[in-house]
Design a protein around this ligand. Structure first.
Ligand SMILES: C[S@@+](CC[C@H](N)C(=O)[O-])C[C@H]1O[C@@H](n2cnc3c(N)ncnc32)[C@H](O)[C@@H]1O
Length: 333
């Protein structure tokens, strides 16, 4: 294992250069020995460091592996490597990971390795998907303990229990996009508020006059109230109930329909607008019928005698093979 031996005063410069050309061996630490510093490099890069001595490093210090695939490769048979998850999400101090059934017997090991990689995390939960209209998470503890956590995102705090409510880390961009659209003095209605995914950032970052936040699931509603409290916001009116029945009429300038299966609620959303206003309508849709969400909005507007201008159509994320989660910004007048 090679290293470049450089005088101390040159160490930073050479380390940066080694990194810039991809020569620095990420698996070993830079070591100071007396007046010299050893910068570990991969074999084959020696020629880029002709001004310095290249040494065979004695007693290298290895950096702990931080890539899950690299860590698991040593413990899982080669024929299963393709199943090793490349991605997982971290909510607060909890790791959530999808594990294919082929790696079932390795789930405990995967959990332990993840806790070793992410030392500040307290538990690892296997993500088995979401259930029904309430999007209740199906999860299984595979390492550590504890299911309640505090997640920080864009200057907002979200307290939640991963066994009771979901948190889509992948929707972060959409949450902040909507925040930027809200004008001073607006009344916003969040029809599927959850624990405050949109409501909290809007309350924290905008000068909205009022935000109605409707949530049907008592567990999510409990955390919504907690999150209003810990974020010190006071302009939110939380409502526990079914948006189909409790959505107020003629109150809002902007309605957020942040549920991926909510087309049946479109007429309620439109009736909630004070007069003209925006609706941000979410849907998961197969790419081959990508026009469906816009067609649905137009159809409901027509039935209510309202006009609509589509101001935006955006992919939030890939949902499943061939299916995308989109959001439509519709101006209703
Ligand atoms: C999928 S979550 C919203 C996720 C959010 N868009 C994000 O950025 O992560 C949808 C929420 O709507 C709630 N919900 C479902 N049906 C409802 C209804 N009829 N009335 C009110 N809330 C409802 C669910 O309980 C859940 O908390």
């Amino acid at each position: 294992m090679k290293a470049v031996k450089v005088p101390r005063h040159k160490a930073e410069e050479v380390r940066r250069f080694a990194e810039s050309i991809g020569a620095k061996d990420k698996g070993r630490y830079v070591i100071c020995r007396g007046e010299y510093v050893e910068i570990p490099i991969y074999d084959g890069f020696e020629k880029y460091f002709e001004d310095y001595e290249i040494i065979e490093q004695k007693n290298p210090i290895f950096a702990p592996k931080s890539d899950l695939f690299e860590v698991l490769k040593d413990c899982i048979p080669r024929e299963l490597w393709d199943y090793i998850p490349r991605r997982y999400k971290i909510v607060g101090d909890i790791v959530l990971i999808k594990i294919p059934k082929e790696l079932e017997i390795y789930k405990g090991l995967i959990g332990e390795k993840l806790l070793r990689i992410h030392k500040r995390c307290k538990s690892v939960w296997r993500d088995l998907g979401k259930e029904g209209m309430l999007r209740k998470p199906r999860v299984e503890l595979i390492a550590g303990r504890g299911s309640e956590t505090l997640h920080k995102e864009n200057g907002c705090l979200f307290k939640l229990d991963v066994t009771k409510v979901m948190f889509s880390v992948g929707n972060q961009g959409e949450r902040m996009r909507v925040v930027k659209l809200v004008q001073d003095g607006e009344v916003v209605l969040d029809m599927f508020a959850g624990i405050g995914y949109f409501t909290i950032p809007i309350a924290v970052h905008t000068k909205a006059k009022k935000i109605y936040a409707i949530e049907i699931n008592p567990d999510s509603y409990y955390y919504l109230l907690e999150n209003l409290r810990i974020n010190h916001v006071s302009n939110v009116i939380p409502i526990l109930g079914d948006s189909m029945h409790v959505t107020p009429e003629k109150v809002a300038d902007r309605v957020i329909m942040g549920h991926i299966n909510c087309h049946e609620f479109l007429s309620k959303a439109i009736k909630a607008l004070r007069c003209d206003g925006f609706i941000h309508y979410h849907e998961t849709v197969p790419e081959i019928i990508i026009e469906r969400p816009v067609e649905r909005i137009k159809r409901v507007c027509e039935s209510l005698g309202r006009e609509v201008r589509i101001e935006g159509f955006r992919k939030v994320k890939n949902y499943s093979p061939g299916v995308v989660h989109v959001v439509v910004d519709a101006y209703i007048y």
